[in-house]
Each structure stands twice: as C-alpha cells, then as structure tokens.
Design a protein around this ligand. Structure first.
Ligand code: ATP
Length: 344
C-alpha cells in the first residue's frame, strides 16, 4: 500500500513517468560534479546536501567526478560543508574527465565502491557525457538522478542548463568593453566564445550585447557576404563591429585574417576562453541550481532512478536520461532571425 502510494505520488510529480520504484528506501546519497565546471554547480551541491539532510539522508561528496567512484575518494557532508558556497563559481567537489569510467570494468569498479560504502543513490551534475555515465550506473543497478550543469546549454530536453546564464553574462560584459575600444579605434573585433558544437552562447550573448554578426555551428555563413555587410555598415556610419564566433563554427584565426583582407578594416581576434567558465553564478543560475538540486532529492524520495532534471517554461521536469539525451538540441531560429534584424 505504502509503495503504491509512493508510485502514485511519483506519477504526479514527474508527469506519469516512473522508471523504477526501489524496494529498499535510499538512506545514503552520493553527489558528484563531472565534465567541464559551470558556475552554479556549488549552488546545486548546497541544495542537494541541505535538502537531503532535511529529509534524513546521509550525504557523501564524491571527488573529481567519476574518478571518485573509481579511486574511492569521498567525504561525508553536513550542512556546514556547504556553507559559503552558494555564491562561488567552480565546484568544491572538483570535477574531471575520467576515461577509466568509460568501460564495463570502470563502471563495475564504481558499483563495487558504492556497495562497499553503502551508498544507495548517486546524484550527478554535468553535461551529456556525465549523463551517459549516470545511465551506465543506472543500467548497472545504481539509483541515479542527473542534473544539467554545463555552460554550453547543449542539452535539448531542457531550456536551460546550470552555468549558461552566467557564461553569457560574462561574454556580454567582455563585449561591452571591447565595443568601447572598437569604437575608439574604428576597429573590428572577432570574439570567439565557447559552446563546442552548440551556438547558444554566441547567439544569446550576441543578442544581449548587440553584436553585428553571430557565427554558429548550426548555420552556414559566407565570409564575402559578411564583409559586404561590414562595408555597408561602415558607409552608413557604424563605428564599431563585433562579430561573435562560436568555437565549433570555424577557425577564428583564419576567419579574422580573411575578414580583414576582404574589408581592409583593422580586425582583431579576442578569445574570451576560460573566463566564461568562472565567476560567481548569476541570480538565474543560483535559482535554477537550487530548484534542480532540491528536485533531485524529491525524485529519490519517490523512488525514481535514471532520470534527468530539466526545465520547460518555468516548470521543472524529470524524464528518463536516455529520453533526455535523445532530444536533439536545436538553435532557436526565432532568436537567430531576431539577431539578424537587430544588428542592421
Ligand atoms: P561538458 O558539457 O561541460 O563538457 P560533459 O559531462 O559532457 O560536460 P564529458 O567530458 O563529455 O563532459 O563527460 C564527463 C565524464 O562523463 C567523462 O570523463 C566520463 O567519465 C563520463 N562519460 C562521458 N561519456 C561517457 C559515455 N559515453 N559513457 C559513460 N560515461 C561517459
């Protein structure tokens, strides 16, 4: 009866889906951050730990992503372990890319570590690679919940990932400074931003900082056409040009050289690089991380496993990780078109 009630509650909470109701209630929960770090990961850790403790769970911090499960490096966490981290960038648990985990033997070792430590469930915070690892753990019988933490915003099932808002704010602030010098020197700046194969950072940051052009991996571009638009803009009285280029779209060095050749305008390349990963998380990222962290614990309370927390509209969602990963990430054509309109 109790389990049936639990399941009913689960269906209510996650829109009719419940992958597995565990026979044994979860008592001890591990948490890890993996892949590239993202501002707001600490806020998520804090929310997970404190919500977990509130509901009577023991909380364990697993260090350096999946390495911590292979090497058995973990620390017990209490409320004080997560004091003063809400506003801090990076992740107090450290993060890493762990190739040793990407094998049957690696997953087996991780499962053995978890059994030895009596850890019943693992909450992971990271990007798509981290999610695949969580799916492997789930398939091996470990209860898992995944939280999207990556500056790239490259997970199609969720409107936002933790860290994205802070990253585009950093780009916006950098572009604002570059614009001053661009105007003074009548110079053009090509600004390379992160995002791997996803153009969201370039597109969103381009929109909020008034970039003249946004080059993203999802859309083809023509350098001669860009050069023509730049020349027309110059003739029309524009004194500055900012072109945002997503890292996965083209070689920014070649792009800059060729654009300078075609326009005959002094053109500089600015690579913002890892500055985009750091810094205190924005209000949006803190709130998102806090809500998602608490929801991850709620999912464990109702017996879910193998689920990914997401955001649609302003509503938190939980869906099977495999389903979440299968949703193709698409660039918003509406915003892309808007960026084109507003840049003229
Ligand atoms: P970001 O988007 O910031 O790069 P990410 O989570 O996608 O974050 P990855 O380096 O791709 O970062 O993955 C992080 C870790 O997840 C890897 O080091 C590895 O331990 C695990 N992982 C990645 N891909 C897989 C996979 N296919 N199967 C199992 N585990 C994986």
């Amino acid at each position: 009866m109790f389990l049936a009630l639990l399941k009913f509650h689960a269906d209510l909470a996650i829109g009719g889906y419940n992958e597995r109701v565990k026979e044994e209630p979860v008592k001890r929960i591990g948490i890890l951050t993996s892949g590239g770090d993202a501002p707001g990961m600490n806020a998520a850790i804090r929310a997970v730990v404190r919500t977990g403790i509130y509901h009577g769970y023991e909380m364990i911090g697993i260090e350096r992503g999946y390495h911590g499960l292979i090497d058995d490096t973990m620390v017990p966490m209490n409320s004080r372990s997560v004091s003063e981290i809400l506003q801090r960038g990076g992740t107090i648990l450290k993060t890493a890319r762990c190739t040793a985990f990407n094998s049957v033997e690696g997953v087996q070792r991780a499962v053995e570590t978890l059994r030895r430590r009596n850890i019943d469930a693992v909450i992971v915070i990271g990007g798509d690679g981290t999610f695949r690892g969580a799916q492997d753990l789930h398939d091996a019988g470990v209860t898992t919940v995944a939280i999207p933490g990556t500056i790239d915003n490259d997970l199609g099932y969720t409107d936002l990932t933790i860290g994205f808002d802070t990253a585009i704010t950093t780009v916006m602030e950098s572009v604002s400074k570059l614009r001053d010098t661009s105007s003074s020197h009548e110079r053009m700046f090509v600004v390379e931003v992160m995002g791997r194969n996803c153009g969201d950072i370039a597109l969103f940051a381009g929109l909020i900082s008034g970039a003249e052009e946004v080059i993203v991996p999802e859309m083809e571009f023509s350098l001669p056409e860009i050069a023509e638009r730049v020349n027309k803009g110059m003739q029309g009285g524009k004194s500055h040009f900012i072109i945002l280029v997503a890292e996965g779209a083209t070689d920014p060095y070649e792009f800059t050289k060729e654009l300078e050749r075609l326009t005959q305008i002094n053109t500089r390349l600015a690579v913002i690089g890892h500055l985009q990963r750091g810094g205190s998380p924005s209000a949006t990222d803190r709130l998102l991380a806090t809500r998602m962290g608490a929801r991850a614990i709620e999912e464990l309370r109702i017996g879910s496993s193998g689920v990914a927390i997401g955001l649609r509209g302003n509503v938190l969602t939980a869906k099977p990780i495999a389903e979440a990963l299968a949703v193709r990430d698409r660039l918003s054509m509406e915003l892309y078109r808007l960026a084109e309109i507003l840049a003229r």
